[in-house]
Design a protein around this ligand. Structure first.
Ligand code: NAD
Ligand code: UDP
Length: 324
């Protein structure tokens, strides 16, 4: 987009949010990063603080806020299972009240608002790969429901504000994304395995490691989100964003051991309840509507991420949540 926009990024200090803010600042937009630092820290955006087109607000998106903006990326929500299960009630409030609050801003300002939804809306999927038309298999009363159902309800709110108030919206369903600035203690599989491999600790494979995931590098993902936001036509999604390359968790562990040159051993730990058996995005729609597809191979993305993990001091990160 050529013109300068005033852009609000909720959850802007997080793993994905901080990279999005970086891209937007580089493109010359006026960026407001809003975050309560529940799962992130200011160091993620410290390098942007001196920039005249960047502003940081500590705020909890469950409370209303009065801002004037042209675009909103709504990313505020803990994303890792250990983080979102730490305070499950707060998680669903963040998705639902957060959606209501950003949609309210968008309605008042005639802004466009993009929802960071998730492949978790498909639950433990019965169809493979997952297309946007699939309605999912979520356990509404299980330990992942606070996140899955919160994100599903947020999609409902986005659609209803679109139908009732003509708010300009976009919904992207993000599949597992990784890269530098993931919280090293978030308990997600890539952060756990790299941290464990670099420190010679056992690699904790949950279950027998035959469950699959498809991993997208963060730069590819941010590009897809920005294309969706800046799309001029009336396409609102939902659209899957993810890398269709599918790996078992055991294959991922072996690849990380190889790339780090680690002596770590694999050990099995109990599979968490409702852990999806397999996951892979069908990205036909993203290719057609956004001319988007991932460009970064898993090995290259993992090397970038491993290098970043080598460069950080783990003591600078707040300790893991009790659910870790
Ligand atoms: P993250 O935990 O690093 O980022 C989330 C950010 O939101 C953090 O900075 C956190 O402090 C902030 N936040 C949480 N609750 C808040 C609240 N009530 N008010 C204000 N800020 C709050 O996670 P991420 O991986 O960067 O995820 C960003 C978004 O993308 C999330 O909405 C997540 O659900 C979605 N998503 C991510 C993935 C992935 O694989 N990374 C996959 C699917 C969806
Ligand atoms: N996992 C694992 N060991 C870990 C962390 C996760 O085997 O130390 C598995 C987890 O059970 C799941 C997959 O890796 O099958 C991806 O987990 P993650 O928490 O990264 O994301 P999810 O896709 O489940 O939300």
């Amino acid at each position: 987009m050529a013109s300068i926009q005033r852009v609000l990024v909720t959850g802007g200090a997080g793993f994905l949010g901080s990279h999005l803010c970086e891209r937007l600042v580089e493109d010359g937009h006026d960026v407001i990063c809003l975050d309560n630092f529940f799962t992130s820290q200011k160091t993620n955006v410290q390098h942007l603080l001196g920039r005249s087109n960047f502003e940081l607000i500590r705020h909890d998106i469950t409370a209303p806020i009065w801002l004037e903006v042209d675009q909103i990326y709504n990313l505020a929500c803990p994303a890792a299972p250990g983080h979102y299960q730490y305070n499950a009630i707060k998680t669903i409030k963040t998705s639902v009240l957060g959606a209501i609050n950003v949609l309210g801003i968008a309605k008042r300002c005639h802004a466009k608002v993009l929802q960071a939804s998730t492949s978790e809306v498909y639950g433990d999927p019965e169809i493979h790969p997952q297309t946007e038309s699939y309605r999912g298999n979520v356990n509404p009363i299980g330990p992942r429901a606070c996140y899955d159902e919160g994100k599903r309800a947020a999609e409902t709110l986005f659609m209803d504000y679109y139908r009732m108030h003509k708010v300009q919206i976009g919904i992207v369903r993000i599949f597992n994304t990784y890269g530098p600035r993931m919280h090293p203690f978030d308990g997600r599989v890539i952060s756990n395995f790299i941290r464990q491999a670099l420190h010679g600790e056992d690699i904790t494979v949950f279950g027998d490691g035959s469950q699959t995931r498809s991993f997208c590098y963060r730069d590819d993902l941010i590009e897809g989100m920005m294309r969706m936001m800046n799309k001029a036509d009336d396409f609102i999604g939902p659209v899957n964003l993810g890398n269709p390359g599918e790996y078992t968790i055991r294959q991922l562990a072996e690849q990380i051991i190889n790339l780090t040159g680690s002596n770590s051993q694999l050990i099995e730990r109990p599979l968490p309840d409702d852990d999806p058996t397999r996951r892979k995005p069908d990205i036909t729609l993203a290719k057609e509507k956004l001319q988007w597809q991932p460009t970064i191979k898993l090995q290259d993305g993992l090397l970038q991420t491993i290098n970043w993990f080598r460069s950080i001091n783990l003591e600078h990160y707040r300790p893991p949540t009790p659910n870790y």
